[in-house]
Design a protein. Structure first.
Length: 198
């Protein structure tokens, strides 16, 4: 009995020491903040890296819940520390990948707008040389309308660039370039047909 009485305080102290284990809240908050900061841009420009960070966040949340459900004396946050570090690293990677992806998208959109502007200029110049014989008036007006619409679309692409909406800017520029290219093809076909008819 005396032995048991002597051991009991030691056991009680050990339970208290283990029971005092608390989650590394500051580190958790920092990792979660890094995740929140990365998410808006990464969702657009680095979805795979964002998914990896979200998976890490889910693993951390599951571990925190697992420890919370345990009796206080048996809680351990060693694995939590590892998962927090993993979440922080993956969130930082998502942010870096998103920044790189955004820069690439900006460059792609800029190149697309330049190409569309060149295609429009070329199409306008070629349209001036289009055959203007009988029955061509309606076709010429339709092609002029197409080029006017393409020019408007390029303006929209430039407006999208100004708001950093690079994907939309590229899509609009590509559409304008395709429209201008179509006019160029039609005019070239008409010129060739006229040559063949001579």
């Amino acid at each position: 009995m005396r032995k048991m009485m002597a051991v009991m305080p030691l056991v009680f102290v050990l339970v208290l020491m283990v029971g005092c284990a608390k989650p590394p809240q500051d580190s958790i908050n920092s990792a979660m903040a890094a995740m929140d900061a990365a998410k808006p841009l990464a969702s657009q420009y680095a979805p795979q890296s964002l998914q990896a960070a979200e998976d890490a966040q889910a693993a951390l949340n599951a571990e925190l819940k697992a420890q919370q459900d345990k009796f206080a004396a048996f809680r351990s946050y060693k694995k939590t520390d590892e998962l927090v570090a993993d979440l922080k690293a993956k969130s930082d990677k998502a942010a870096a990948d998103a920044a790189a992806g955004q820069e690439q998208a900006k460059n792609d959109a800029t190149a697309a707008i330049t190409a569309a502007t060149t295609a429009l200029t070329d199409a306008k110049a070629l349209l001036e040389k289009a055959p203007k014989g009988k029955g061509a008036a309606a076709d010429l007006e339709a092609m002029k309308a197409d080029l006017t619409a393409a020019e408007s679309t390029i303006n929209e692409a430039n407006a999208a660039m100004a708001t950093s909406n690079y994907k939309d800017a590229k899509a609009k520029a590509d559409a304008a370039a395709a429209s201008a290219g179509n006019v160029t093809s039609q005019v070239q076909a008409a010129i060739e047909a006229k040559k063949g008819g001579k």
